[in-house]
Design a protein around this ligand. Sequence first.
Ligand code: PEP
Ligand code: MN
Length: 333
Amino acid sequence: MRQSASPEEIRGVVAAIEARGFKAHPIPGAQRTAIGITGNRGAVDAPVFESLPGVLEVIPVTHAYKLVSREVKAENSVVRIGAVAVGGPGLVIAAGPCAVESHDQMLTVARRVKQAGAHILRGGAFKPRTSPYSFQGLGEEGLKILAAAREETGLPVVTEALDPEGVDLIERYADCIQIGARNMQNFSLLKRAGRAKKPVLLKRGLAATLEEFLMSAEYILSEGNYEVVLCERGVRTFSDFSRNTLDLAVVPAVKSVSHLPILVDPSHGTGRRDKVSPLSRAAVAVGADGLIVEVHHDPNSALSDGPQSITPEMFEGLVRDLRQIAPVIGRRL
Ligand code: PEP
Ligand code: MN
């Protein structure tokens, strides 16, 4: 739409799209509103839409993914998690334990990461574990503990949903729904997240291509939830010195084709405590919008992902380093 387009003109175009049996997705941006069209089988009749009041141009989208593409929306999206803006000039750091283990553990870590400068709290209440005998998370009790940690620290909470019922609960207790790597192509979960009233943190699958990753995000947007943050968390390769290979090249690759913000998870990306800070620095340097980092006050006793959890002291040092890197690439921390 033109920058000067009025709300009535936008409504008029939406009505014209729907009258043809298509779905309209008005996506407001800083400069102008873009209206994505989905549900069309072939090309739409561009001159019909171009003649409607307020329309600037009709752009055919060349990629398989539509609503996440920069062709639909040229400028970066800023997604709000609680009061925290992800994708703007400020770098965003989410931190906390892999899993919520107890009230004391969660509150101890929450206070430390808040003090060190984290903006968002992480912690899993439903854990996707390789073994059914490993700690599976505290479930709803864990969500209550996260809500208490938010209450005390003021930090918004991101936590993983393993299934649509988990989304129902997380909508009630938390601020952002995490979809884990193993569920990146769980399409019924993606559709449920697309109908959620909360933003979604979508992690890249263990062996997902860039297109598969963006198509999963497209599922969420296509259901009407445009508040999606992507997350690179390492992919499976032959490399055997780390748990996964953190694919930092995907950050500029995403930025060139999509308006969605992207965080990097150096914890799952490396699996090793001593590699988390160096890869975090690199992630920020390469243009990530922020990080999600596992922190535990006693990592050797952690019930999940202890080997890759950094201590609160290491986290403080990391934030200090990032404060020096951020201005070099025109970001704030
Ligand atoms: C996690 O964040 O603790 C997690 C399970 O991540 P991923 O889905 O990336 O493995
Ligand atoms: Mn973990």
